[in-house]
Design a protein around this ligand. Structure first.
Ligand SMILES: Nc1ncnc2c1ncn2[C@@H]1O[C@H](COP(=O)(O)OP(=O)(O)OP(=O)(O)O)[C@@H](O)[C@H]1O
Ligand SMILES: Nc1nc(=O)c2ncn([C@H]3C[C@H](O)[C@@H](CO)O3)c2[nH]1
Length: 207
């Protein structure tokens, strides 16, 4: 691998991204960048009324991630140091295409491309796939109040959107390594052997 490893753990809501990214960052000794949730002023409003708040929320996530990735590039990647994150910047588009429509979506996409075209992109994606029942179980276990009434259809669409997006990312850049984990059958939290296998596979990719 020519440049420092930049690993993103991705997958739909509640798949276990933060959990696995934290475990891998400890194992590999890589610094972790993670998205803020508790200080997001729009998330609860958004889940109450998606139409009304989607643009504000998508822009908030975009600006926040833009700043994080600018800092990450300067502080780590440009110094040749590896990092691990619990998101890929492209998730902005995955969500925006689901929550925005018409002119707002077009405006958002223009801003997205303007802001992100020269940002560093992950060279390894650990993609946690999971079915609706698994996601619902984990979302319930975590118990965030604003996710209590999350629509099943919204989650189901995101599951499909994620599959399409990860495939596209890999087609657009064949140098990206994608490690897909079946979150329904491989349990990196409760099953030590599963976790160790995943960690071994990630280590192979960064050799
Ligand atoms: N493999 C697993 N087995 C059992 N529980 C898990 C597993 N992975 C994650 N969890 C639990 O599921 C919940 C959601 O996990 P986590 O917060 O890591 O998901 P996430 O993908 O980062 O979510 P979000 O999309 O909201 O950022 C947490 O309570 C976590 O402890
Ligand atoms: N609409 C929308 N756009 C995003 O870019 C985005 N990124 C994360 N999320 C939601 C999922 C979890 O509920 C919660 C924490 O990940 O925030 C998003 N929602």
């Amino acid at each position: 691998m020519n440049r420092a490893p930049f690993i993103a753990v991705e997958g739909p809501i509640g798949a276990g991204k933060t959990t696995l990214a934290t475990m891998l960052s400890e194992e590999l000794g890589f610094p972790m960048i993670n998205e803020i949730v508790e200080d997001n002023p729009y998330l609860d409003k958004f889940y109450d009324n998606i139409e009304e708040w989607s643009f504000q929320l998508e822009m908030f996530f975009l600006c926040h991630r833009y700043k994080q990735l600018e800092d990450t590039d300067r502080d780590y990647l440009k110094q040749g140091q590896p990092v691990l994150s619990d998101y890929h910047i492209y998730k902005n588009v995955i969500f925006a295409e689901r929550t925005l429509h018409g002119q707002k979506l077009e405006k958002y996409k223009q801003i997205y491309h303007l802001l992100t075209h020269d940002l560093p992109k992950p060279n390894i994606i650990v993609y946690i796939k999971a079915s609706l029942p698994t996601l619902l179980q984990r979302i319930e276990k975590r118990g965030r109040p604003f996710e209590k009434n999350i629509e099943h259809q919204y989650l189901e669409r995101l599951i499909t959107d994620y599959d399409t997006a990860i495939r596209q990312l890999q087609e657009e850049d064949p140098d990206i390594s994608v490690l897909t984990i079946d979150g329904d059958t491989e349990d990196f939290v409760l099953n030590k052997t599963d976790y160790e296998r995943i960690a071994r596979q990630v280590k192979e990719l960064i050799k």
